[in-house]
Write a protein that binds this ligand. Sequence first.
Ligand code: NIG
Ligand code: FE
Length: 419
Amino acid sequence: MRTRLENLAGIALVETEVASAAFLAGPAMDQAACLSNAFLDMEGGKIVALGPMASLKDGQFPEQVRRIDGTGRWAFPAFVDSHTHMVFAKERSEEFEMRMRGATYAEIAAAGGGILNSAAALASRSEDELLEDLLRRLTQARSTGTAVVEIKSGYGLSLETELKMLRVIQRAKSLTRMPLFATFLGAHAVPKRHQGQREAYFNEVLTEMLPAVAAESLADFVDIFCEENYFTPTELTQLADAALALGLPLKAHVNQFTSTGGLQASIASKALSVDHLEVMSDTDLADLVQAWSTGNGPMPVALPGCSLFLDIPYTPGRRIIDAGLPLAIASDFNPGSAPSSNLLTAWSLACHQMKLTPMEGLVGLTLNGASALQASDRFGSIAIGKEAHVCLTKPIERLASIPYRFGEQLIERTFVSGQ
Ligand code: NIG
Ligand code: FE
């Protein structure tokens, strides 16, 4: 049955030529098209019609249309969260308290906390328990406008536990209508049993875990935490090459705390996205611009919730867009550095802290996020033929009211595949 949102104050990020752009970059991000006083039809999981209310003729109100009044409300593409660590065993709020008493993230990690804390907790949880928690978190994310979620492993750090995490994501895929993407992040930290033997562990990731993950088709992408005391740009290159040979594109954690060459290695390895980028030198930005000047570089992904929570710099999103590049925005939802899936908060932070316009923020959270998952042909904008993942807001004065009214829950419904 067809569902029609009618009398909408507006629809944002409309593509009139069917799914014309894979992403928007530079000034085009702020110029995404909107329709005012509009309707939007969804049927069979897809967006099937949209236009000004005035264009609706009498015969277009067949009885089998379920009509939803959108007076005073906006519709826009539901958020695409292209970077999360949503499978985890428990909070790390005790580490948060330690930090509020002066300890740093690096100090806590060096003392065996951090990612290793999450790995220890995850080892003792069953697949069923982890799945139940994941499904609850997905429902929570949907309540704040998210329809599509990428989820990483990386709290297992052994063959069996990494596979366990990926199986949880795979089971969730069949239990929710929300499109989910799985990323193998075995190279997230060196586990306790390999302390001081990073190379031995990395070798295990490369030669045992990655082939096993690929053999069971448990991942859509591969990721690595390229950072001082974690993994090196050389290892990033090795992993990217091996993954690509198995048909798995690389999404990389780079430049979160230090600039170590991970960005350049990602560019050379044809990574799909470069995520974090809180610490960018002028050379880093110039190299990214150069990569984009010769075709599609990796999608830069900003994670403003992580910057807020760890009190580290924000990704220079304004500079990235002003340099003519695209920018995606995601939550990084995880128990250690970004314990929130709320992309309404990320939208506000993108504006208030990264100085993006509301429309640039929305494009980053939707179409460009979809592009960071190689899926902008499926969703990320309002276009006929795309999957009907659509947010309907509560009554608001303007679209910009949403990031403006930080901390408020202004989503009335999140449609996933038209439901
Ligand atoms: O994206 N930086 C690496 N990984 C996560 C944090 C992991 C954790 O603290 O549990 C991130 O910030
Ligand atoms: Fe992350």
